[in-house]
Design a protein around this ligand. Structure first.
Ligand SMILES: Cc1cc2nc3c(=O)[nH]c(=O)nc-3n(C[C@H](O)[C@H](O)[C@H](O)COP(=O)(O)OP(=O)(O)OC[C@H]3O[C@@H](n4cnc5c(N)ncnc54)[C@H](O)[C@@H]3O)c2cc1C
Length: 355
């Protein structure tokens, strides 16, 4: 479904709903299986693409000096081992990527890894949705109440209701428990939806997310030729900020440009240098948000406390100021750089909230 990001999203944070935005922009909502199916179909339509389904990566194939990756060893769907040659191997195996372990085993330094502990979990219910019910509702957590929720319309007359809690305040996985959990949120919408709507599935999907992880490949002095790492394998963010797919898509663009610039020569350095700037933005925003909770553990980016105080001020202004809501959402969605939040025009509005 396509919603208008300026009017169809009720965003509750810092004690109230934010004002509507000033300009319409499309937001796409679907279940993850639908998103993945559509992306897979689009990729399958590319002439140069062949899928090998249900293959498990087991190892990289390297030259004698282990300086160049020349392909991968896999266990095929039928159970036999196979080697696939490649000019370039891209590790997109997600946050459990084994490239750091592989590097260590082949006398490379593994990347330094930043881990920020939030001890978070999601529980999601799938409920029915009348045709004209088109709103997204977001209740952000706060240091006083480390639980929140997000609910949005999806395909086939469905609505997903996701509740989450940080630092052990996890949502339960039974219907009654989930409704009770929802009753403690600062807005009544979640409890009402779960209590009054028909559930399309009895199952509640539960997903624990203990830490945000950032692997700093850009700092490595040595890295094999013919290998790159992308997506969650490079950095995996607290999903409540919804940035993982945007970052992965921007990294794909960087790869496109890095390859279009010429050969694979020095590709890893060029790629990791450029993706660092993208990850810096998402990491500063999401990990910065995580550090509003005093229990959060890990390396805190410099200036985080000051920035958080300013953003809290900005959000309270955004309860009445549509421009402040607009700028906050655009930065969160990575459409504009975080520096926009500190432009003279925005600073003025934050410090003079009556405008
Ligand atoms: C609960 C939750 C909610 C989220 N919500 C949002 C959101 O609203 N917006 C957003 O932008 N992001 C969201 N994210 C983050 C987003 O899902 C990830 O950033 C994104 O999926 C990363 O894509 P990826 O391809 O790098 O990794 P993944 O999606 O994790 O894909 C990795 C793939 O590699 C496969 N794999 C692993 N090991 C091997 C192996 N040895 N051999 C072969 N295959 C292997 C896995 O099976 C998997 O299919 C959410 C994440 C979670 C957990």
């Amino acid at each position: 479904m396509i919603l208008d990001g300026s009017r169809d999203v009720m965003h509750h944070q810092e004690g109230n709903f934010l004002a509507n935005g000033t300009r319409q922009f499309p937001l796409y909502f679907a279940t993850r299986p639908l998103f993945e199916q559509v992306v897979r179909r689009r990729v399958a339509d590319l002439d140069a693409v062949t899928f090998r389904s249900r293959c498990q990566w087991t190892d990289y194939i390297v030259d004698e000096s282990a300086t160049t990756v020349m392909g991968v060893a896999v266990t095929a769907a039928e159970g036999h081992s196979e080697e696939l040659g490649a000019d370039l191997v891209v590790d997109a195996t997600g946050r459990t990527s084994r490239t750091p372990t592989w590097l260590r085993a082949h006398d490379y330094d593994p990347p330094k890894t930043d881990e920020v502990r939030v001890d978070m979990a999601y529980s999601t219910a799938h409920i029915e949705r009348p045709v004209n019910d088109r709103q997204m509702i977001l209740a952000a957590p706060s240091p006083e109440l480390s639980r929140g929720g997000s609910t949005f319309p999806v395909e086939d007359g469905g609505r997903l209701v996701t509740l989450f809690g940080l630092h052990g305040n996890h949502p339960p996985t039974d219907e009654e428990g989930l409704i009770e959990f929802a009753a403690d949120l600062p807005v009544p919408h979640f409890e009402r939806l779960l209590d009054t709507r028909t559930w399309l599935s009895e199952d509640i999907a539960h997903y624990p997310f203990p830490t945000s992880i950032r692997r700093r490949y850009e700092d490595l002095k040595r890295f094999p030729e013919g290998l790159l790492v992308v997506g969650d394998a490079l950095a995996s963010f607290n999903p409540i900020y919804g940035q993982g797919m945007s970052v992965a898509a921007l990294e794909a663009l960087v790869l496109h440009h890095a390859l279009a610039d010429g050969s694979c020569e020095d590709l890893a350095r060029r790629f990791f240098d450029r993706t660092k700037d993208i990850i810096d933005v998402a990491w500063t925003l999401s990990v910065g948000g995580d550090f509003t909770f005093p229990q959060t553990e890990g390396p805190k980016p410099r200036g985080t406390d000051l920035t958080n105080r300013y953003i809290s001020h900005l959000l309270r202004g955004a309860h009445d100021d549509r421009v402040l809501r607009e700028v906050f959402v655009k930065v969160l969605m990575m459409e504009q750089p975080p520096t926009t939040l500190f432009s003279p025009r925005i600073l003025w509005r934050v410090l003079n909230p009556k405008i």
